[in-house]
Each structure stands twice: as structure tokens, then as C-alpha cells.
Design a protein around this ligand. Structure first.
Ligand SMILES: C[S@@+](CC[C@H](N)C(=O)[O-])C[C@H]1O[C@@H](n2cnc3c(N)ncnc32)[C@H](O)[C@@H]1O
Length: 268
């Protein structure tokens, strides 16, 4: 088991380029509904173009590009990391594997998992399942690093109850944009994210700063735009945790609280 330096010592619907090439998504479907036909055509055109440009290598599907234990970069977008398996829902340039990771991760014995500005794009129950999947696919003692917008920062920089009327009109929109914009589904604070990681079986959970880590493998990874932050109130939460024993009791409690306080209220 690998210790943190500071510590006392599905089947997933994974699709490689080959899958995409032979997938029915690339074949003409005469009975496709008219309203979705335009969207489908655009998607097919995008996928075909990406494949034709040779941006995928199907052999990378299950293995690490450097031949060692896989290092997974989830929701990589166009921020490719060399030596990592770059996984995204969209076939963007630089993505190695196109997959919806809410359907599971088709890996095992991974060294590390990294996801920047990704977790907030999952519904909170999918996010918990994703953390459990990360836990499952990591080798014993493997590490996870996440970066996600800080709810404390969003709240305190986007809204002031005592602001003048005109300002509050704009603030109301900006705060809602932070919650709903860019496909965001759930914003996290330290308390809930820390609890979720521990409930999903991670220990040595600790908070980091942009680009910095005591683990060499995580140093200098963040690519997303950043701001000059107040150290006491960073705009993102960056957290690392080590795979440890599963915590079914804690997970049940967290799920129950999420249901009571949030999920059961979503549909009115
Ligand atoms: C805000 S972007 C972040 C991209 C990059 N990591 C960065 O920091 O700039 C979120 C990415 O997550 C991907 N994503 C969202 N849901 C996903 C899912 N269920 N499975 C895989 N990728 C997903 C999106 O396609 C998008 O590229």
C-alpha cells in the first residue's frame, strides 16, 4: 500500500475508435425520427471526422500508454495528459477513450485517477457511484485527485444579500448560472465532498492547491483556467484521497441524508 508522503508514514459503455468506426451510430438509419435527425447527423459527422483524423488508437482502451498500471484522466475534454488514459463522453481531439463513465469504468489495478472540473457535471447520486467506481478500479493504496468548483467561493462571490437592488438583479442570474450553467448538476463544499470520499472508502483525504501535490504523479496536472485566489477561499476544491477499506455504513448514512435533504425534492 502506498502512503501519502505526509502521512506518518459494466460494463461500461467504453468506446474506442474501433468501436466508433463499427458502431451503428455511424450507419444510416432510415427510420430515425425527423426531429433528432439533424442532431444525429451532426454527431455522426463529428465522430467520423475525429476517427478519420486518426485521433484515436483503439489499442489504448484497457492499457496504460506507458505500459504500467493505468492512470485514468476522467472528463479530460481537450486537456489531454500524456502518459494517461484520457477519457471523455465526447470524441474531442486528445481523447483516447470515448465513454460515459456513469456506466462504469472498464479498468482495474489503476495507479491513480484524476478528474478536473468534472464531478460537478454529474448528478450527485451518479457522482457517488463514480467515486465508488474509482475506488473499485484503483489498485490497493492507489490515489484519486479531484478538482471541482468550491460552493463556498461561488456563494460568497456571486451573491450579497445587502447589495443594492440593481446589483442583486444581476447577482441572482449569476448565482443561478453557477449552479445550472455549463451542464453543472451539483456543487460541492469541503464538508460534503470530504464526507463522500470517506464514505466511498478513501482515507488520508486532504486538500491541495492548484498544480501542487506531495505525490509526483499529480504535480502540475491542472490545466483549467485559474484565478488569483484568497488562500482561505479558493475558487476550486482540489482534493486527494487514498483507496482504503469500503465504508458501507457511512455510505448508507450519506445516501439517506442526500435523499432526505436533496434528491427526494428534485421532482417537486
Ligand atoms: C468542464 S469540462 C472539463 C474538461 C477538462 N477536464 C478541463 O478541466 O478543462 C467537463 C468534461 O467532462 C465530460 N463529461 C461530462 N459528463 C461525462 C460523463 N458522464 N462521462 C465522461 N465524461 C463526461 C464533458 O464532456 C467535458 O469534456
Amino acid at each position: 500500500m502506498r502512503d501519502h508522503p505526509r502521512a506518518g508514514k459494466s460494463t461500461g459503455k467504453v468506446m474506442s475508435a474501433q468501436d466508433l468506426r463499427s458502431s451503428s451510430t455511424l450507419q444510416f438509419r432510415p427510420r430515425i425520427e425527423v426531429e433528432s435527425y439533424g442532431r444525429r447527423l451532426t454527431k455522426v459527422a463529428e465522430e467520423t471526422m475525429v476517427c478519420a483524423m486518426g485521433l484515436f488508437d483503439s489499442n489504448r482502451k484497457h492499457s496504460s500508454p506507458n505500459g504500467g498500471a493505468p492512470r485514468l484522466h476522467i472528463g479530460s475534454g481537450n486537456k489531454r495528459l500524456e502518459g494517461w488514459v484520457n477519457i471523455d463522453l465526447l470524441p474531442l481531439p486528445g481523447v483516447d477513450v470515448v465513454a460515459d463513465v456513469t456506466q462504469g469504468l472498464d479498468y482495474r489495478d489503476c495507479e491513480v485517477v484524476f478528474a478536473e472540473h468534472f464531478l460537478e457535471h454529474l448528478a450527485v447520486d451518479d457522482a457517488l457511484n463514480f467515486l465508488l467506481e474509482c475506488h473499485r478500479v484503483l489498485a490497493p493504496g492507489g490515489w484519486l485527485r479531484l478538482s471541482t468548483p468550491n460552493l463556498d467561493w461561488v456563494w460568497s462571490t456571486h451573491y450579497r444579500v445587502e447589495a443594492p437592488e440593481e446589483e442583486k438583479r444581476v447577482m441572482a442570474m449569476r448565482l443561478n448560472r453557477a449552479f445550472h450553467g455549463w451542464g453543472h448538476r451539483f456543487l460541492w463544499n469541503r464538508q460534503v465532498l470530504g464526507e463522500a470520499l470517506e464514505a466511498c472508502g478513501f482515507d488520508q483525504v486532504h486538500w491541495c492547491t492548484y498544480g501542487e501535490s506531495d505525490l509526483a504523479v499529480f504535480q502540475g496536472l491542472e490545466r483549467h483556467e485559474t484565478y488569483a485566489d484568497d488562500p482561505g477561499l479558493t475558487h476550486v476544491l482540489i482534493v486527494e484521497g487514498r483507496k482504503s477499506a469500503a465504508q458501507p455504513g457511512r455510505l448508507d448514512k450519506l445516501r439517506a441524508r442526500l435523499n432526505d435533504e436533496f434528491l427526494n425534492h428534485l421532482d417537486g
